[in-house]
Design a protein around this ligand. Structure first.
Ligand code: GLA
Length: 637
């Protein structure tokens, strides 16, 4: 996707932005708030499951194709396993009717929509609802959508005057949200971002008079060239419109700005799903990029708001019926990441072995586990990763992912699982259902591109408590200390192919580097304070505030200090624990090289614990600190 970008925010937003900025200037972002600030509106207690039209059909959609896949979901029993949302992606709109601005559906593709003199999706959503399913629709932040910018299939695109072809939300947020959720009965909306990206005054389609110019504020290739507050301001308006037009809260809002504008850090505050990367394609290397874009963001996904590495591509290319190893990996990895499980194939013709993969009830249960913990990387290397996902039952799901081309004999240890090494651990293979038992460690062969996935049952290392890194779904980096977003160098850079190999290549482009991590420093190192390593804990930058939900625990403790990996060796950091807004414990000022201080607080009855690390270091210092062994305990000890 080649685009031209301009810096200044749209004029209409400037007064709003200034007002927001002056409010923020007054508030201290590190002051405790006693509340959970990530998005919880809508219905996303667990990641949504369903089907979307895009990967199978692009804009070549019609009613029969959509209902065909919905029918297979119902008939095959997948709906009983949780697949519920049937989402119409780009390509449904015919035009925006003038002068009232009401959107019109492509009647020849959706015959049931023709009603009186107009069109309505109500007959289709009624049908889906009667099948026990939910219905999703697609729009864009700008005036025009992605297919209008990038698709070559002109016949599928909206027709009419320039204004009639403006089918995106821009300037029509309340009207369209009301139409989608009120009149038409949808339950889900995906909001794409090409309208804020591809319609600069210099773009070919604008110059030729096809579309009106809209100053781009999103630049996927460069976070520095994106205008983050302008994008956030529009999502704020969409949030308000959903509140107004769907007051029962039965909606899902899916943000689709592909990891641009550092959305990997803030999408959790604006929607139920947030895309962390550009589009998936049915190729192994693309799976690696999309997986990587979410895999180290375990603290940024929680019940209510999930990282979205894009839809499943099981059924095509490297994930078709001739590639069952890859298809199984795709499914297991998405389950471990708490990704939405959105099928993307034409289910009318999906072969049974692939239906069996996406219907694996044990792996679905891992994804839908109510604790909402995204897997944490317990072992991290270029060719092999071990992911561990703590489940509400106290058991762990573990996935061992061979990214490379040679078989690997993996040592899985009780330590990886935060289970005791002197007690037996039972592994249940979630593909074969076979049980095996080991003590301390076991060797497992993992074939190229294979992901072995198990449920592990043993004695938890921390019998009387839980490490915060064992419950990432309950830890929110409300302020993660990242002031100047930097690109994340750990994301695999697949040759994407939008433009062949023309241009300079797929340079590092997804921001998010330096964000908060479970069992790791923000820059991916093992945590260590004054020579003492910590296998468990939360790594974050100074000048940060973590929100930790607490229900039943009575004590929080941690070994706190500046991490040995810090380059800033002169600034002090003071660590504070708050309970429901009250200061409970405070460290002395600590500097690089000083031993960790034990910090402990009585949190009995406290609902919201906040962990603040405050430093005199300026915004440029990016000073990593470690909450070593941070854990909640059931006794007051
Ligand atoms: C973008 C999105 C895709 C899809 C298309 C539709 O590329 O990322 O998921 O919605 O637009 O045009």
């Amino acid at each position: 996707m080649q685009t031209t970008f301009r810096r200044p925010p749209r004029l209409a937003l400037i007064p709003l932005l200034l007002a927001a900025a002056s409010l923020h200037a007054a508030a201290d972002p590190l002051a405790p708030t006693a509340r959970w600030s990530a998005y919880t509106a809508g219905r996303a207690a667990t990641p949504p499951m369903g089907w979307s039209s895009w990967n199978a059909f692009g804009t070549d959609i019609d009613e029969a194709k959509i209902l065909g896949s919905a029918q297979r979901i119902a008939d095959s029993g997948l709906s009983a396993r949780g697949y519920r949302y049937i989402n119409i992606d780009d390509g449904w709109a015919a035009r925006r009717q003038m002068p009232d601005g009401r959107l019109v559906i492509r009647a020849e593709r959706f015959p049931s929509s023709v009603q009186g003199g107009g069109t309505s999706f109500r007959p289709l959503t009624d049908k889906l609802h009667a099948m026990g399913l939910k219905a999703g629709i697609y729009s864009d932040l700008g005036r025009n959508t992605c297919s209008q910018a990038y698709s070559g299939v002109e016949t599928d695109l909206p027709k009419g005057s320039v204004l009639e072809r403006e089918i995106g939300l821009y300037g029509h947020i309340d009207q369209d949200i009301n139409l989608f959720f009120g009149d038409w009965g949808f339950d889900f909306i995906k909001v794409d971002g090409c309208g804020l990206r591809a319609y600069g005054a210099n773009s070919a389609k604008v110059r030729s008079g096809q579309y009106r110019a809209l100053t781009p504020v999103l630049d996927l290739e460069s976070v520095g060239r994106s205008d983050i507050p302008a994008v956030q301001a529009e999502f704020t308006q969409i949030n308000a419109a959903l509140q107004r037009n769907k007051p029962d809260g039965d909606f899902l809002l899916s943000l689709c700005i592909w990891g641009a504008a550092d959305v990997r850090a803030w999408g959790k505050n604006y929607g139920n799903l947030s895309r962390t990367s550009d589009d998936i394609t049915p190729s192994w290397s693309r799976l690696l990029s999309n997986f990587d874009s979410a895999a180290r963001r375990e603290l940024y996904g929680h019940p209510g708001g999930w990282n979205d590495p894009d839809m499943l591509y099981i059924g095509k290319g490297d994930f078709d019926a001739d590639h069952l190893v890859e298809a199984r990996s795709h499914f297991a990895l998405w389950a471990m990441l708490n990704a939405p499980l959105m099928l993307g194939a034409d289910l009318r013709t999906m072969p049974q072995p692939l239906m069996d993969i996406v219907g694996n009830a044990d792996i679905i249960a891992v994804n839908q586990d109510p604790a909402g913990n995204q897997a944490v990387l317990a072992y991290d290397a270029d060719d092999l990763e071990i992911l561990v996902k703590p489940l509400a039952s106290g058991q762990k799901a573990v996935a061992i992912f061979n990214r490379g081309l040679a078989p690997i004999d993996v040592d899985l240890t009780a330590e990886h699982l935060k289970l005791r090494g002197d007690a037996p651990v039972t592994l249940t293979d979630l593909w074969t259902k076979a049980d095996s038992t080991f003590t301390k460690e076991t060797k497992l062969r993992v074939m190229p591109r294979e992901t072995r996935i198990f449920r592990a049952n043993g004695e938890r290392a921390l019998a009387q408590g839980i490490y915060l890194s064992e419950q990432p779904g309950s830890v929110n980096p409300a302020v993660d200390g990242v002031v100047r977003p930097q690109v994340d160098p750990t994301i695999f850079r697949s040759s994407f192919g939008w433009t062949g190999t023309k241009g300079p290549g797929e340079r590092p482009m997804y921001a998010g580097w330096g964000g908060a991590r479970a069992d790791s420093t923000p820059y991916g190192q093992a945590m260590q304070i004054a020579g003492t390593p910590y296998a468990a804990g939360i790594g974050i930058l100074a000048n940060s505030r973590l929100e930790v939900r607490n229900q039943r625990y009575r004590r929080l403790s941690a070994q706190v200090g500046v991490d040995d990996s810090a380059q800033d060796r002169k600034h002090d950091v003071t660590f504070m624990i708050y309970g429901d807004g009250k200061l409970l414990a405070k460290s002395k000022p600590l500097r690089w090289g000083q031993p960790a201080q034990a910090l402990s607080a009585d949190v009995a009855g406290v609902r919201m614990v906040e962990l603040v690390a405050r430093s005199t270091a300026g915004a440029n210092e990016h000073l990593p600190v470690s909450w070593g062994n941070a854990a909640l305990f059931s006794s007051e000890r």
